[in-house]
Each structure stands twice: as C-alpha cells, then as structure tokens.
Design a protein around this ligand. Structure first.
Ligand SMILES: Cc1cc2nc3c(=O)[nH]c(=O)nc-3n(C[C@H](O)[C@H](O)[C@H](O)COP(=O)(O)OP(=O)(O)OC[C@H]3O[C@@H](n4cnc5c(N)ncnc54)[C@H](O)[C@@H]3O)c2cc1C
Ligand code: SF4
Ligand code: SF4
Ligand code: SF4
Length: 372
C-alpha cells in the first residue's frame, strides 16, 4: 500500500519534523481538486480528504521521509561525510552594488545574474527580505534577482507600523506553483538544504515542473528561527541594542545583527534553540549536500562567501562566473584559507548530524508526539 498524506501527518508532522517546505501541497496530484491546503500556521493539512487519490507522491517527495534517499544519493554522487565535493572557493562579487547588498559576498546573486545575462536561465526562485521575514519569489528579471540579495532592512519601509516579528524561513518551493502560469523552462533554484532535497526527490520522479530547474544553489543552514516581540525585548536588554537599529541579519558561526552604527551583535545559535523550527532539530544537512553549488559565510572573512562546487554543472557555472563576475580571495592574505574553511564546515556538519541523531534517539525513547 502506498503511503499517503495521512502517513505524512503521522510520520512527519506528529513527530515535529515538518519544515513547512510546502512540497506536498504544491505537487499534490490532486492539487486542482483541492485535496490539500495550508493552515493558518503554514502547516499542510487535508482540505478534502475524499479528493486524495492515494497516489503516494506527497510522501515520496517529502524531505523528511527516507523515500528515494538512495536514488538522490546516486544521482548526486553523494559520499561520506559531506556529499560530493569538487572544490571549495572563497570569493565575492565584483559588482559593488551586489556586494553591498549581499548577505556575505553577494556571490549567489552575482552567479545568478551572470547565468541570466548569458541566457542560461530565464529566471530564478529566490526570496525577498521584508520586515516580517522572507517571501519566496520567482524572479524573471535581472533586477528582481538583485533585489532579492541579502537580508537588509530598508528604513524607508517604515518599520514602526509593523509588529516586531521576524522569520528567516522562506517557503520557496511554493514559488514553483507559479510555473504553471509561466513558460519559464530553465530556472535556478536557491534554497536551504531541505528544500534542495525536496527538489532532488521531485527530479528523481521527473515531476513537472522540477524538470525546469536547471541548477540548484543550496545555502549552508543552522536552522530557521522565529523572532517575536518578547524575544527581541530580551535580546535588546541582554545585548544592549535597539531593534530599530538593525540593518542586516545573517547566520554564520553565530546569528548576527548588523546595526546602523556599524556594530555587530553576535548571538550564539544554541541560545536561539527555543525559537528554532522543530524540524530543524532533526535535520542532518548543514552544507546543502545535494546542491550543484553550496554557499555560506562560514569559513570566510566578513564580506566573502564560501562556495562548494559539487556537480559538473556546478563546477562549469562557477568557473565561468569566476572569470566574469567574481573575485577570488587572495592566497597571499591567508595561504591556509581553504583548509580552514573545510575544517569549519566539517565541524559544523558533524555537530548538526550528531545533534539530529541525539534528538531522534530522545524522541524514540520519549515517544512524544508533537504537531509542528
Ligand atoms: C535559514 C538560513 C540559515 C543559514 N545558516 C547559515 C549558517 O549557519 N552558516 C552559514 O555560513 N551560512 C548560513 N546561511 C547562508 C548565508 O546566510 C548566505 O545566504 C550565504 O552565505 C550566501 O551569501 P551571499 O552573499 O553569497 O548571497 P546573496 O547574494 O545575498 O544571495 C542570497 C540568496 O539566498 C536567497 N535566500 C535568502 N534567504 C533565503 C531563505 N530563507 N530561503 C531561500 N532562499 C533564501 C536570496 O533570495 C538570494 O538569492 C543561511 C541561510 C539561510 C537562509
Ligand atoms: S493525491 Fe497523492 S499527493 Fe495528493 S494528498 Fe493524496 S497521496 Fe498525497
Ligand atoms: S516537510 Fe514539506 S513535504 Fe514534508 S510534510 Fe512538511 S511541508 Fe509537506
Ligand atoms: S536546518 Fe535548515 S535545512 Fe534543515 S530543516 Fe531546518 S531549514 Fe531545512
């Protein structure tokens, strides 16, 4: 018997493992008949169970089930301990505007714009920053790609009128549903490791429109976090800063608020465990092991991005971008920079895998059921 959405509720949602990626709802075979919906908390649910075709697709593509694990490993030439690694580089964007707006070195945006300018993609699934958090978007122009870089706050948006809440989460897979109404057939997808796994599962099953995704850019990921007013108040008090002064948010070794004064507030990620999405406690992928290229700030100095090329397409795309739109970190400035970056990524990945293992074991023994 095929496992259906009822099993997803039991095996994923009730175990606190649903990361709200939206893959099940977006690609449900009965999407046009209204079998599934998303509730007010962003959690997929049955809207009409009788419309479910019991095809099993939602269960297979969910990044939190073990289905298709072997297929995606084989397709990605995955190997221990961190997936396939062709090369590690530290670079930043040549373009000043992209670099200024970038989360780290603006490398993701620079490579995307290079792909767009050279006609290799028609658009990209990215995510725009807002005062409340990130919103997925299907960027169809170069400017839309540039506008989605970084996590800056524009004070002209008038933040005071908004509640003090912020989420790092972007349900980017949902942006793919827009493809039904667009004729874009060569897209780049930017997302967290779990989202890249969901895309790889869809590609393993040749589910439309995953075949339109020409390249996957994965972001290193320690987790998704939800800040509310109470948390902001506590952090303001403890770290002596004002919410209104936050200019930029980033996650690297720590969670980092860059303030308008130029000061940076570093908050250890462990300290934010209470506001981390439950599913992230069971996640074993830090470095986007199934991406074509993975990007993060870890291992690089401020203003630079670490990139791991993992597939032949990723290698070719990155090499072409390096010639035109990227600047490499100078070996003379630190001859050991690649080894140091590799060690840090390895350590962060190991930590995440061990934590997930421990949390899974604790869950098994406690038998607690959580609806996330
Ligand atoms: C939730 C989250 C956790 C992260 N944790 C770490 C970490 O622990 N350590 C680390 O080194 N790096 C982490 N990163 C990656 C890091 O923040 C940068 O995204 C990365 O270094 C690329 O920087 P850049 O300047 O080259 O990219 P940019 O040129 O700024 O481009 C970033 C791209 O990512 C897209 N994007 C941003 N946020 C999201 C999101 N939530 N979902 C999908 N797409 C998004 C943007 O639309 C843009 O296209 C994390 C990113 C996210 C989103
Ligand atoms: S129709 Fe298929 S994909 Fe949709 S909920 Fe039912 S089993 Fe899942
Ligand atoms: S993790 Fe994604 S695919 Fe799995 S149940 Fe949650 S929203 Fe659906
Ligand atoms: S830690 Fe990151 S990759 Fe893992 S489930 Fe959370 S958001 Fe997804």
């Amino acid at each position: 018997m095929k496992k259906t959405f009822s099993h997803l509720i039991q095996d994923v949602q009730e175990q606190g493992k649903c990361n709200h990626c939206g893959g099940c709802v977006t690609f449900c075979s009965a999407v046009n008949y209204g079998a599934l919906d998303i509730d007010e908390n962003g959690k997929p649910c049955f809207s009409n169970i009788d419309k479910c075709l019991e095809c099993g697709l939602c269960y297979s593509i969910c990044p939190q089930t073990n289905e298709l694990d072997e297929e995606i490993k084989q397709n990605a030439k995955w190997q221990e301990p961190l997936g396939n690694i062709i090369g590690i580089s530290i670079t930043r964007a040549k373009d000043n505007e992209i670099r200024q707006n970038g989360t780290d070195g603006g490398v993701v945006t620079a490579v995307l714009t290079h792909l767009f300018d050279s006609g290799r993609i028609d658009g990209a699934v990215v995510s725009r920053n807002t005062w409340h958090g990130r919103i997925p978007c299907l960027a169809k122009t170069k400017q839309e790609i540039i506008n989605s870089a970084g996590s800056h706050f524009n004070s002209s948006q008038g933040m005071v009128q908004f509640a003090r809440e912020y989420s790092t989460f972007s349900p980017s897979i949902k942006a793919l549903s827009e493809l039904r109404f667009n004729s874009l057939d060569r897209l780049a997808f930017v997302g967290t490791p779990c989202q890249i796994i969901a895309i790889r599962k869809m590609q393993a099953l040749h589910i439309v429109p995953s075949d339109s995704i020409a390249i996957c850019f994965g972001l290193f990921c320690s987790g998704n976090f939800f800040f509310n007013d109470t948390l902001f108040k506590n952090l303001e008090k403890e770290y002596q800063f004002q919410y209104d002064d936050i200019e930029k948010i980033n996650i690297k070794d720590d969670f980092i608020f860059s303030l308008s004064s130029g000061k940076q507030i570093h908050i250890p990620v462990d300290k934010l465990a209470p506001v981390k999405r439950s599913a992230c406690n069971f996640c074993k992928d830090f470095s986007a092991e199934y991406a074509d290229i993975s990007f993060g700030g870890l291992g690089a100095e401020n203003g630079w991005t670490t990139a791991i090329t993992r597939t032949s397409i990723g290698k070719a795309v990155f090499a072409a971008a390096l010639e035109k739109v990227l600047v490499s970190y100078r070996v003379e400035d630190n001859p050991k920079y690649v080894t140091q970056a590799e060690k840090k990524i390895f350590a962060a990945s190991e930590r995440k895998k061990q934590l997930a293992q421990q949390n899974l074991a604790d869950r098994e023994t406690s038998g607690i059921r959580v609806i996330s």
